[in-house]
Design a protein. Structure first.
Ligand SMILES: *[C@@H]1O[C@H](CO)[C@@H](O)[C@H](O)[C@H]1NC(C)=O
Ligand SMILES: *[C@@H]1O[C@H](CO)[C@@H](O)[C@H](O)[C@H]1NC(C)=O
Ligand SMILES: *[C@@H]1O[C@H](CO)[C@@H](O)[C@H](O)[C@H]1NC(C)=O
Ligand SMILES: *[C@@H]1O[C@H](CO)[C@@H](O)[C@H](O)[C@H]1NC(C)=O
Ligand SMILES: *[C@@H]1O[C@H](CO)[C@@H](O)[C@H](O)[C@H]1NC(C)=O
Length: 466
């Protein structure tokens, strides 16, 4: 009877011991959904670019005058679903000069500086963000159709459009997106993100506008909310590179957003119904001094990133959730109830007693950038940056059951984003340490979006419910 339904799960439940032994062999892991050697875009028509020629003299203007004129009849909407090799023939690129710097009218595009940091999914869109950490990023918030026929080097389509993504230095159009690290998508079909407002030109960062929380209605593509985050709730060192939204389908107006501040070592909180921010301080948000050494892609370096991402569990009896959090330079997992975080009085009191709990130590080399959690099963996925791996932990089990879903020292370098959407998990790997400390080869695949059904991904790991 059992061997008629001969799948891994049923064998595992019968032959527990065997299952333990062949665990790593059987882990189904993740599939490469999309790959890029370098990032390219679905360019708009010349007509749209012309008005932008005004930005002469701004620090963002390309020094290189070599022109890349886009001549194809394409527009942003229909490009990516076509065959990319056809699109390529419609672009006239003269590669005789410096290949890495091309200027399309006023759009400064240097593919070497376009490193995707965030990925997320809604409906048939796979969103890809590229923060402006260097010059030459034409558009910071983008997507590709999830159902693209092509899966390799699919050009990014600016979201919701080109106009709002093209760099504006603030004096002309303060509404444009400057720099977005990662986005959250909530159960009310909204996208939330922080526009840091900063162009991080190395050694000379340009602050274009204050940190801004932006909410987009994904059904219409309209920006519905913008809130400047008051300086009182930030620090001079602040970096807000992710956001987690706390809401249910039935309480869309009563949403909270949590912003871990990885360099300011705190948590900024926002209440949508009150349109108010506050800031939570705790020593658990800091870097763990003994866990700051990284060895990735052949490079040794030290990072000092504190609280990096927060993950929310399912609603509990008391109407609140467990909020899990961790520092990137750290190996511990912590938790606190949102009963504390959502109540400004409790969240900001100077003595926190035992509100904040240490869940445990994940073990050596378990430094984690982003993580996300499937609320109904309690399974968390973790981007194990120091192991070129993705891990999982079933939050209903002891932390020492943390398992490797997949590890690949060649193809999984730097899992920069981890998102659970519906019954699937999505991971973006971007080879960032090689970009920062070495040299990327833009003729090899550097950027990947991996995914799989959650249950298949954890098959054979200790994250499965038995
Ligand atoms: C913004 O653009 C205006 C007009 O082009 C220019 O005068 C100004 O210096 C620029 N400011 C920054 C911060 O780039
Ligand atoms: C894309 O177009 C090229 C050239 O026309 C063709 O060789 C290739 O098979 C096409 N690929 C797909 C996936 O349609
Ligand atoms: C590329 O540039 C070279 C040298 O400037 C020129 O001779 C050639 O015609 C150009 N090719 C195209 C396709 O524009
Ligand atoms: C916040 O917590 C305090 C102390 O427990 C309580 O008195 C107050 O009613 C709470 N506020 C809200 C909005 O729940
Ligand atoms: C968790 O996974 C289940 C299927 O396994 C899915 O139906 C559900 O939408 C997921 N929940 C969340 C919050 O992602």
């Amino acid at each position: 009877m059992l061997f008629i339904t001969l799948d891994k799960t049923s064998i595992c439940s019968v032959l527990l011991f065997l299952c333990f032994v062949v665990n790593s062999v059987w882990a189904a892991g993740l599939n490469e959904e999309f790959t890029w050697t370098r990032i390219d875009f679905a360019w708009p028509s010349d007509g749209k670019l012309t008005p932008r020629l005004a930005y002469r003299g701004s620090p963002y203007e390309s020094a290189d005058e070599e022109a890349f004129y886009f001549r194809g009849p394409t527009n942003a909407e229909n490009v990516a679903i076509k065959n990319h090799s056809i699109i390529n023939t419609q672009q006239t690129v003269n590669k005789t000069k410096s290949e890495s710097v091309t200027s399309r009218g006023s759009i400064d595009y240097r593919y070497v500086n376009n490193i995707p940091m965030g990925a997320n999914v809604w409906g048939d869109k796979l969103f890809i963000t590229i923060p402006r950490r260097r010059l030459g990023v034409p558009s910071t918030l983008n997507y590709v159709p999830l159902n693209s026929i092509n899966r390799h080097n699919v050009p990014l389509i600016p979201y919701p459009n080109w106009d709002i993504n093209i760099f504006s230095n603030g004096s002309e159009n303060a509404q444009n997106f400057v720099s977005v690290y990662r986005v959250a998508i909530d159960s009310c079909d909204r996208m939330w993100f922080v526009d840091t407002g900063i162009i991080e030109i190395v050694g000379n960062p340009q602050t274009i506008k204050p940190h801004q929380l932006i909410i987009i209605n994904l059904k219409t593509g309209a920006v519905t909310h913008r809130f400047n985050i008051p300086a009182d709730y930030l620090t001079p060192r602040t970096i807000l590179s992710s956001v987690t939204v706390d809401v249910t389908k039935d309480t869309c107006d009563d949403a909270f957003a949590y912003f871990p501040d990885l360099a300011g070592f705190g948590l900024t909180v926002f209440s949508l119904s009150e349109e108010r921010f506050w800031r939570v301080n705790h020593n658990y948000f800091y870097v763990e001094p003994l866990a700051g050494d990284f060895f990735i892609a052949g490079h040794n370096f030290q990072w000092s990133d504190g609280v990096f991402s927060v993950e929310l569990g399912e609603l509990k009896q008391d109407g609140f959730r467990d909020m899990y959090f961790h520092s990137m330079a750290g190996t511990h997992m912590y938790k606190v109830s949102t009963k504390i975080i959502k109540n400004q009085t409790l969240a900001t009191r100077s003595y926190h007693g035992d509100d904040f709990e240490v869940v445990g130590d994940r073990g050596p080399q378990s430094q984690t950038a982003m993580a996300d959690l499937n609320k109904s099963t309690g399974v968390m996925f973790l981007g194990l940056v120091n192991q070129n791996a993705v891990g999982c932990w079933n939050t209903n089990s002891n932390l020492n059951t943390i398992s490797i879903v997949q590890k690949d020292d060649e193809r999984m370098i730097y899992p920069s984003d981890v998102k659970v959407y519906g019954d699937k998990v999505y991971i973006l790997t971007n080879t960032m340490p090689e970009f920062l400390y070495g040299r990327l080869d833009y003729d090899r695949v550097n950027f990947r979006v991996w995914s799989n059904d959650i249950h298949i991904a954890i098959t054979g790991t200790r994250c499965q419910r038995r």
